[in-house]
Design a binder for this molecule. Structure first.
Ligand code: DAH
Length: 325
């Protein structure tokens, strides 16, 4: 009887510290298997006197049941625990902040371009685009730009052939539009232009917007008024415009235009009254038609407005820079 009690105690303490079902199964085999320690006790039955046999048999059976029940119980505990651990691993902490998805926005130059387009559209201008690969006639000759002009030099422009080049400005769109249409007309033309330049204020590829307004009796006042509308809407109501005499082959007179912004005058664009030779080149009668034109650099406008120091920032694709605008 003592032996039975001892075996049961041993079995139970082994079961208690078991950590998984494999260990429990080994314990079951050790005590209750065919050659198990408790099973073998039954074999001692025949050595006992007849009258003690039933009592002993009952005791061994009880011991078997105790051990088997304890194993079953422990198995349930273990599988409960394993389930709990599995669910804990799977659990989602709903209070964790979600992963942020960064949403992009329009590039600063695209924003400026759209802003300018909106301003000119509101004044009755139409947006017209033209090809980036141009011929020298549209890019230079029709714009009254003679052979000797430095812009025509291979040092300054990107030529494909002697007569085909990447446009050096958006002004050829003036020519193309005048040839296709009849005056009066009012257009602005945004687009990329190309020059052999590269430093903190010049890029080989940059962005311009050309303006052209043609009607009868157009004067410098119309030009100045239009530019004033533009600068006050881009730079704020305190912005002012100043015209300084300058020279462009395709305008006469020509002006450099400054804007009063941030307590100082800053040069932002070129402009002028369309040269009679340009009208002649596109078959318009210069005695009937008059007009103004202007050309501005979008990078320049953005640099002045936001105090950007290096024009190369526009094309570096640095998120830290782009996020600011
Ligand atoms: N095309 C000139 C340039 O790229 C800018 C310009 C100046 C355009 C005067 C004009 C103008 O239409 O009238 O430097």
């Amino acid at each position: 009887m003592d032996e039975i009690k001892k075996l049961v105690e041993e079995a139970v303490s082994e079961i208690n510290i078991a950590k998984d079902s494999t260990t429990l199964n080994n314990i079951r085999i050790k005590y209750l298997g065919k050659k198990g320690l408790i099973t073998l006790l039954m074999k001692k039955l025949k050595d006992l006197p007849q009258d003690e046999r039933p009592k002993f048999g009952a005791l061994v059976n009880d011991a078997k049941n105790v051990v088997q029940n304890r194993i079953n119980e422990k198995l349930r505990e273990i599988s409960e625990m394993e389930k709990r651990q599995k669910y804990e691993k799977m659990a989602v902490d709903v209070t964790t902040p979600g992963a942020r998805r960064d949403i992009g926005h329009l590039h600063i130059l695209t924003q400026i371009q759209k802003e300018l387009e909106d301003i000119f559209i509101s004044m009755g201008f139409e947006v017209v685009e033209g090809p980036e690969v141009e011929d020298t006639w549209h890019n230079f000759d029709a714009l009254n730009t003679p052979d000797w002009h430095p812009a025509r030099d291979v040092q300054d422009s990107f030529y494909f052939t002697e007569n085909i080049l990447l446009r050096t400005h958006t002004s050829p769109i003036q020519v193309r539009t005048m040839l296709q249409r009849k005056p009066p007309l009012a257009i602005v033309s945004p687009g990329r232009v190309y020059r052999r330049d590269y430093d903190s204020t010049h890029l080989p590829m940059f962005t311009q917007m050309e303006g052209l307004f043609i009607d009868k009796n157009v004067t410098v006042k119309h030009l100045k008024f239009t530019l004033e509308q533009m600068v006050t809407r881009i730079f704020g109501k305190d912005a002012k415009v100043r015209l300084k005499p300058s020279f462009f082959p395709f305008t006469e007179p020509s002006y450099e235009v400054d804007v009063w912004f941030g307590n100082t005058w800053l040069e932002i664009l070129g402009a002028g009254m369309v040269d009679p030779n340009v009208f002649k080149n596109v078959g318009y009668d210069p005695n009937v038609w008059s007009g103004f034109a202007f050309g501005l650099g979008l990078e320049r406008i953005a640099m002045v407005k936001y105090g950007i120091k290096d024009i190369r920032d526009f094309v570096r694709n640095d998120i830290k820079f782009l996020e600011n605008y």
